[in-house]
Design a protein around this ligand. Structure first.
Ligand SMILES: [Mn+2]
Length: 376
């Protein structure tokens, strides 16, 4: 039996401080990344392929290296450990801050292991990151060395493939597989490997829902499948699920609801690639008590502030859920103007260190944003 290693809280806090208290964020030294990845790997060894999670939880879609927009998410949805987070993968590639984004998420996972959950996307892979930005970003930020890329892509092999929420909702990065009818088939996979070209593991991170088709069709992406309503209905029925939540597809409004909320896409990279002009969202799941209205134990103060029925109708979500919509951070626009010149250059600007509790200190600076549109 492997005993999971632990890193002292003070060391993790120091890493968080490096990333959060500097602008641009300070990258962590290769030896630190190596230790973080090694430690997290030992902890993930005992985590099942599908993590059984509970509401309330905030579900985050693709981030793609847009570090400042990730910080925006913590302002909107609350920061860990106050808010529980499930991240649906695609942390790296495309944006200019893949290194900082994955470093922050790894550190947060180690610091708050019961509050932060990470699953694997199709970009958490050696081949994809070699072609879509992460690999070259590591080379440019670490003086031509690919070591950090190796540490992190090795860690990717350990990430779980999905999660259930309250046993009723299935979450994964992409979608369903024609080779998989039961969640137990996913649970039985040997996931500790590179994402293969086909099979259940590939389909989970590559597939997409499609309202125009029935059954499965090969995906135009070249991997995974498109799946129709009959597929998701059957899968939900056989596994006692009510819904699938996934990411993987750009949504102009930040989210998409398929089939009256049977399947939801959450997309969390606003102004994707610094040019798409799209909104982004975080899916807040407050509860999954669909039968009983306003049972006192799970009613949160969120619910007192918005009309659940109206939200369900407008956003196509289930009761107790809502998409918190947000737009690109000011830094996203700056990145657009400056282009890749910000890449790899850490200025010496030192920000005042707050006494110990830097994480809340970081957010104390800015007032928490209220997205009144969804609090009618
Ligand atoms: Mn994806």
């Amino acid at each position: 039996m492997t005993v999971p290693f632990r890193i002292p809280t003070t060391d993790l806090d120091y890493c968080l401080e490096q990333l959060l208290e500097h602008k641009p964020p300070k990258i962590l030294p290769p030896e630190t990344i190596q230790q973080l990845c090694h430690t997290l790997k030992t902890q993930l060894l005992s985590v099942p392929n599908i993590m059984p999670l509970q509401s309330p939880i905030a579900v985050v879609g693709d981030i793609h290296g847009q570090y400042h927009d990730l910080l925006e998410i913590f302002q909107i949805g609350g920061a860990p450990p106050t808010t529980n987070y499930l991240f649906l993968g695609d942390y790296v590639d495309r944006g200019y801050y893949s290194v900082e984004t994955i470093s922050l998420l790894i550190t947060l996972k180690l610091r708050f292991p019961d509050r932060v959950f990470l699953i694997r996307g199709n970009h958490e892979s050696r081949t994809i990151t070699t072609n879509y930005g992460f690999y070259s970003e590591v080379l440019s930020k670490y003086n031509g060395s690919a070591d950090v890329w190796s540490y992190i892509t090795d860690l990717f092999d350990y990430l779980p493939l999905g999660a259930t929420i309250d046993g009723k909702i299935f979450a994964a990065h992409g979608g369903l597989s024609p080779s998989c009818q039961q969640l137990d088939q996913i649970r039985a996979l040997d996931r500790f490997r590179e994402i293969p070209h086909d099979g259940i593991m590939a389909d989970l991170v590559w597939s997409d829902p499609d309202t125009e088709i029935m059954d499965f069709k090969l995906s135009p992406r070249g991997a995974g499948y498109l799946f129709g309503l009959d597929v998701i209905n059957k899968f939900c029925h056989e596994n006692s699920l009510v819904q699938m939540i996934r990411a993987h597809q750009l949504c102009n409004e930040g989210y998409t609801s398929y089939w009256q909320g049977k399947c939801l896409t959450v997309w969390s990279a606003p102004n994707y690639c610094y040019r798409c002009g799209n909104k982004a969202s975080v899916l807040e799941i407050l509860h999954s008590n669909y039968d009983s209205k306003r049972t006192s134990t799970t009613t949160s103060n969120y619910e007192d502030r918005f009309d659940s029925t109206k939200i369900c109708l407008r956003q196509g979500v289930l009761p107790g859920q809502f998409f918190n919509i947000f737009e690109a951070s000011p830094e996203n626009d700056e990145d657009t103007l400056k282009g890749k010149s910000v890449n790899g250059i850490n200025s010496e600007d030192e920000y005042a260190v707050n006494n110990g509790d830097f994480f809340s200190g970081f957010f104390r600076e800015k007032s928490r944003k209220q997205h009144v549109e969804y609090f009618l």
